[in-house]
Design a protein around this ligand. Structure first.
Ligand SMILES: [Fe+2]
Length: 491
């Protein structure tokens, strides 16, 4: 068992500032990239203003009876301003929250940028001046806390009557789910202002939320109740300063994957402070939710990871979860910069893998041939046994660096139920929506979007989750091509 190392708030914030905000250095100039606009350029294009509510046109099928609600999605949608400087990395654009509302067989769309301090400041300067994942603050930019760099562009958490736009190194930004008006950064307690809050909280079926905020070798463990109020905020020490975008959880344990992309330099921007160190292997830290000092550590081969699936625990204590793994950190460091520069990027081949943490203390990694990113599952089974994982799949080569299909992979059979939108589409994350009255795993619909490059329009699709290969049950088309986003929430 590892010893818990106490770390006070001042030391934690100092560590955070040192890694993300402090130094002002010139950055590499963007290549004159627009010369050869690839066909996929709209996937990382700029949206100039909020999207007024509009109807979507039904282009295929018929909306299933019983499906009603709103798919909210977040993602960067403004990267370039005037003569620049501009964002130089996919993760540094302004967060645009999109609401796809489905009612009475019809669908509509509205979108508003999260009204962050960063966006206001950049607008004032007519350039991107704040710090970011791969950006250094410019002279004259205000840098008081991580929230001055907060792009609120990664994911959404619907809780307590609010929609929280999530980033990674700063506070959630609260929004009104009806109007998409920004209320402002969320402070759960005065001493927790500006603390990091990951974009991937884990939600128990009873509504309790667990999340991490990470700075170097320390993590703040957030617990919110189902109403969105703070239950606890506890600091834990981590064995190494890995990049942590996501973690997972069983009903009883937090499961924290510590990949060998580690922060070992105090340089700016943040992404340049990390080094790929495969010789360190990957570690997985398992922490008891009821007593964060009770911990176990597992060893795995080296891999890079952004996203994990929900974990579960078997009767003998064996923990299992899936992960979308890459060979190295090349996409995070280089590929996502080349993407914004509209160059053929260094693309990762992301594969679905199953990780087993045995009751005997041994870790095991089994990689499948299924290309996969943006894993989701039936949220009613979060933390308990499940067999299926929803992912984007197919494509993602240098010619078009975005996936174009949807799959439901079944761990029991080893088979995947796959649909390919074709090379004209950039598929986005699909969320599961249960059929009313059903409690069976994945009995319901997948709801998600794609960017149709040929039609130059974002589309909204509904699949029967049990028959993905049959294609969408219905599809609507908007009148706007939105850049490819990251994560969403269904209400
Ligand atoms: Fe993510």
């Amino acid at each position: 068992m590892l010893r818990k190392t106490p770390m006070d708030r001042r030391a934690f914030l100092t560590a955070l500032a040192a890694t993300s905000l402090a130094t002002l250095t010139p950055e590499a100039v963007l290549a004159a990239s627009a010369a050869a606009n690839p066909a996929w350029a709209p996937a990382v294009g700029d949206i100039e203003a909020d999207l007024a509510p509009r109807s979507l046109k039904l282009v295929h099928g018929k909306a299933p009876r019983g499906l009603a609600g709103t798919l909210y999605r977040n993602g960067p949608a403004k990267f370039r301003r005037g003569a620049g400087p501009n964002a130089t990395h996919w993760f540094d654009g302004d967060g645009l929250v999109r609401a796809f509302r489905i009612r009475d067989g019809r669908a509509g769309l509205a979108g508003r940028f999260v009204d962050t301090f960063k966006r206001r400041q950049d607008e004032q300067f007519g350039a991107m001046v704040g710090a970011g994942f791969a950006s250094t603050a410019r002279p004259g930019a205000t840098v008081r806390s991580a929230d001055d760099s907060n792009a609120a562009n990664t994911a959404l958490l619907a809780i307590g009557g609010e929609l929280l736009a999530l980033w990674e190194q700063g506070s959630p930004y609260a929004m009104d789910p009806d109007t998409l008006a920004t209320k402002g950064p969320k402070t759960y307690r005065p001493d927790l202002a500006h603390m990091p809050f990951l974009a991937h909280p884990r939600i128990e079926p009873n509504g309790r939320v667990w999340n991490l905020g990470v700075a170097g070798k320390a993590a703040l463990v957030w617990t919110l109740n189902a109403d969105g109020r703070l239950e606890k905020a506890q600091m834990i020490a981590l064995p190494r300063a890995s990049y942590i975008h996501d973690f997972t959880a069983t009903a009883r344990h937090l499961v924290i994957v510590l990949q060998p992309w580690v922060q070992d330099k105090a340089v700016m921007p943040f992404v340049d402070s990390m080094s790929w160190r495969p010789e360190m292997g990957t570690q997985v830290l398992v922490v008891d939710k009821d007593d964060l000092t009770r911990r176990r550590l597992f060893d795995l081969p080296p891999f890079f990871v952004f996203h994990l699936g929900d974990a579960w625990e078997e009767a003998d204590g064996t923990i299992r979860f899936d992960a979308c793994i890459e060979q190295d950190a090349g996409f995070a460091t280089i590929g996502a910069r080349e993407l914004i520069a509209l160059k053929t990027p260094k693309m990762a081949t992301t594969a679905l893998a199953m990780i087993t943490l045995g009751a005997d203390g041994k870790g095991r990694l089994e990689t499948t041939p299924l290309r996969a990113e943006f894993p989701r599952a039936d949220a009613r089974f979060a933390g308990s046994g499940r067999s299926r994982t929803i992912v984007n799949t197919i494509g993602g080569g240098p010619g078009k660096p975005f996936l174009q299909g949807v799959a439901v992979s079944d761990w029991r059979t080893g088979k995947a139920d796959v649909f390919d939108f074709g090379p004209d589409h950039c598929a986005e994350e699909m969320l599961f929506v249960p059929r009313p009255g059903s409690g069976r795993e994945l009995d319901g619909w997948l709801v998600g979007t794609s960017l149709n490059l040929k039609a130059r329009a974002t589309e909204l699709h509904v699949f029967d989750a049990g028959h993905v290969a049959d294609g969408p049950v219905c599809s609507w088309r908007s009148d706007v091509a939105l850049p490819v986003g990251f994560h969403g929430a269904w209400i």
